[in-house]
Ligand binder design. Structure first.
Ligand code: MOS
Length: 765
């Protein structure tokens, strides 16, 4: 009779789907205000130097112009002396550069002035009239050239990054079988459908309302509160719908501060929406990498040492592409040396981009594994199986729930791996060479503290609240599913409000952690609310549950019933009515045993003490997801073109919260990986430091004809160690391993090993 866990996992369509397809879902730039003015930036046209003069005379006289902010006249914000101070109040800048505070230029495209006008067109036209003189210095653009003066970072966000430096050399030198190769990956941009946008409204001198396209409303709140010296509660950030994030909306960028500064200056609401071109320069990207891999094995193929050195760059932050991450985790090798060298380049600061680290890192490592297999004449899948481990060898901890061998088995069966030939060039289809390749996918399973509130109204409808956000992934829907099961209420009766910083706090929707963090809080709040209602019924002489013990009572379809006498029922609405309640609510904070995730502006909300969860204890388990990626490619040797003809992705991500939205996430990840593999590259003009791939006309991403049917499978076993929900998150793992699977398939088709992404036709000819 019990109907819990009935709707969780079901492939129900998005509850916000109708709003989206009818245009009613409002994105940040659509929150137009009365008296709103429009901002358009002036951006630097040099890569490095200083502004010597800004002549805004002509621009000021241009139609509709209200104000032009420059470093000379702009208000001073609280200086950022130490990014940790900001972090402590919940903020994280994409780059540590507070706009318009000095005359320095750090990269081409940096905001150096902001024109505010009555219309967007007037602001944009006037921005073109601002004349800027510079004292120019030589911009550092080329990674190879700048590496000698680069630095060896010791940590990133508090985590040690140089591991076992120098320790693998003797093992590699002594090994009977080894692979040593260099792999490179390109600069890539995120390009979500919705560019960044901010609308700023000062409701009082010390009270700010922001509509912002962000992956973290609490982070935006923290940043705005910090720089404008406001109480966090006096900053309200709204982001009810987000048109894709992929990491570039994870930290906060200068558009937020500029818009609020302009609104403060002119005492009117202001909107600033980025152009597609600005998305290339002003909100981060995945930095290029040069990765040197050495794999050492015995004659049977057992790995004895892995070494992974990555060269990459940063500009105005501590972030650099951490492409060695998976090499600390995958396989049973007893020795892993993972090191980095980072140059400082004068291009916009790199940032998180879908599976930062693993996306370029698995290309290098999983290509090298394929090379090792070929060297040993072992099937590449067999080599992975031979080196499989259920332990995180680096941390000496078991993985919390690990089914990678099953992923390999299912993937191999679905793609027909048994038909693959070890030797390349053995398979043709018409004019095409056909090849198959595979790679392992992996991504850590993060979980942070999060809060959620649930209300039940007199009519039996339910509202769920949390300051989380839906990037277009299905968060609204899985939140409703968890609430439905926690309360035993049909999912149609549940509405969800998120994307509002004044709601119970939740972490940034990054690191694939939203389901693993927020849903346990919803479950806890739902259970609290249900128990409160049950206690009211038990204490109520008019209830058929009167005097019963809680253990005797079950719930289904918005009512309680006595387990051994299902005729004795009491509905939620009846209980509330008899007790004169128009609304009942509960708020819960769910916290992993290892703590973490509560930023300075994220107070817990629980009305009851935290449930003593034994979950997500990273001293007992290593929390990771794994998967297997299999590609079949058709290569036209005359044209150098690669067509991915089939793709199978099998993912072990713990419990599936919604089979449809999870599948969409993996499909999206694989397509993202096909872009990385075959076409994505942000190129810079070395003379002028400007990106020359400035929009989706020249920055190529896969279109429908580039994408085959993507065959997705899940293991679906709940990870009982990460949370009572059992989900590990699915946002990022889908992209990992994809580029290696494709490159390995290209080798199998052609005998050509391409170690430089993207695999464009010129590299095959
Ligand atoms: Mo993700 S790159 O943490 O949004």
């Amino acid at each position: 009779m019990q109907k819990t866990n009935d709707v969780t996992g079901k492939p129900i369509s998005r509850i916000d789907g109708r709003l989206k397809v009818t245009g009613q879902a409002k994105y940040a730039a659509e929150f137009n205000q009365n008296q709103m003015a429009y901002a358009f930036p002036v951006r630097s046209t040099i890569g490095k130097g200083a502004i010597t003069a800004i002549d805004a005379g002509a621009a000021e006289k241009s139609g509709g112009v209200i104000k032009i902010l420059t470093h000379e006249n702009s208000m001073r914000l609280k200086p950022l002396n130490n990014p940790m101070e900001l972090f402590m109040v919940g903020g994280l800048l994409g780059e540590n550069l507070v706009p318009l505070q000095d005359n320095k230029v750090h990269y081409f495209g940096q905001y150096i002035a902001l024109v505010v006008a009555e219309t967007y067109e007037q602001a944009r036209a006037a921005a073109g009239l601002v004349k800027v003189s510079y004292k120019q210095e030589t911009a550092a653009i080329e990674l190879e050239k700048e590496l000698p003066t680069g630095f060896k970072p010791q940590q990133m966000f508090g985590e040690k990054v140089q591991i076992n430096e120098g320790k693998a050399a003797s093992l590699i030198n002594a090994a009977p079988v080894k692979i040593e190769q260099t792999y490179t990956t390109s600069n890539e941009n995120h390009h979500p459908m919705e560019p960044h946008a901010t609308v700023a409204v000062w409701e009082a001198d010390d009270k700010l309302l922001l509509y912002d396209a962000t992956q973290g409303v609490k982070g935006v709140q923290g940043v705005a509160a910090f720089f404008f010296s406001l109480k966090p509660d006096n900053v309200k950030v709204m982001s009810p719908f987000v048109g894709g994030g992929f990491g570039c909306k994870g930290g906060q960028w200068a558009n937020i501060l500029l818009t609020a500064m302009a609104a403060k200056e002119i005492k009117r609401p202001v909107k600033f929406a980025l152009t597609r071109q600005m998305m290339v320069t002003n909100v981060g990207r995945r930095g290029q990498t040069i990765q040197k891999i050495a794999l050492a094995a015995d004659k049977s193929g057992k790995l004895t040492a892995m070494r992974h050195h990555s060269d990459t760059y940063t500009n105005l932050s501590d972030f650099f592409e951490p492409s060695g991450k998976q090499t600390n985790v995958l396989y049973s090798s007893p020795m892993r040396e993972v090191t980095y060298k980072v140059a400082r380049l004068n291009i916009g600061t790199p940032t998180f981009m879908r599976a930062p680290g693993e996306t370029p890192g698995t290309f290098a490592l999983e290509s090298a594994m394929d090379e090792l297999a070929f060297e040993l004449k072992i099937d590449p899948l067999q080599l992975r199986i031979l080196n499989h481990t259920s332990m995180n060898v680096s941390e000496k901890l078991p993985f919390s729930e690990e089914n990678l061998l099953e992923c390999y088995r299912i993937g191999a069966e679905k793609i027909g791996w048994a038909n693959r030939k070890m030797e390349p060039r053995m398979n043709r289809r018409g004019k095409y060479l056909v090849g198959m390749g595979m790679a392992t996918a992996t991504y850590p399973a993060g979980r942070s503290s999060a809060s959620a509130k649930i209300q039940m109204l007199a009519d039996g409808s339910v509202k769920v609240f949390s300051a989380t956000q839906d990037l277009g992934t299905g968060t609204y829907t899985i939140m409703a599913q968890t609430a439905a099961d926690a309360l035993g209420v049909p999912v149609e009766r549940i509405s969800v409000e998120i994307g509002d910083s004044s709601l119970p706090a939740a972490p940034v929707s990054g690191g694939s952690q939203t389901a693993a963090s927020v849903n346990p809080a919803i479950l806890a709040a739902g259970e609290m609310l249900r128990k409160d209602m049950m206690q009211m019924a038990i204490a109520d002489g008019k209830s058929k549950l009167s005097g019963r013990r809680p253990e005797e009572i079950e719930f289904v379809n918005a009512k309680f019933f006595v387990k051994d006498d299902a005729s004795k029922t009491d509905s939620y609405t009846d209980i509330m009515k008899r007790n004169n309640k128009v609304m009942m609510e509960a708020c819960a904070t769910a916290m992993p045993a290892s703590g973490g995730g509560l930023g300075g502006n994220q107070a817990p909300c629980s009305t009851a003490p935290f449930a003593k969860e034994e979950n997500s204890d990273n001293k007992k388990y290593s929390f990771h997801s794994f998967g297997a990626q299999f590609a079949e490619v058709l290569v036209d040797e005359d044209l150098g073109t690669i067509r991915v003809s089939r793709f199978t992705s099998v993912q072990d991500i713990g419990r599936i919260m919604n089979e449809k939205t999870a599948r969409s996430q993996v499909i999206g990840g694989v397509i993202y990986g096909l872009g990385q593999a075959l076409m994505e590259e942000t190129a810079y003009d070395k003379r002028r430091a400007n990106p020359v791939t400035r929009h989706l006309g020249d920055y190529h991403v896969p279109v429908n004809l580039d994408v085959p049917l993507i065959d997705v499978h899940f293991i679906g076993k709940p990870d009982r160690h990460i949370s009572p929900i059992g989900a590990r998150g699915v946002g990022e793992i889908g992209i990992t391993g994809v580029a290696a699977a494709v490159a390995n398939a290209v080798f199998n088709a052609t005998g050509k090993r391409i170690r430089n992404l993207p695999l464009t036709p010129d590299k095959l000819l």
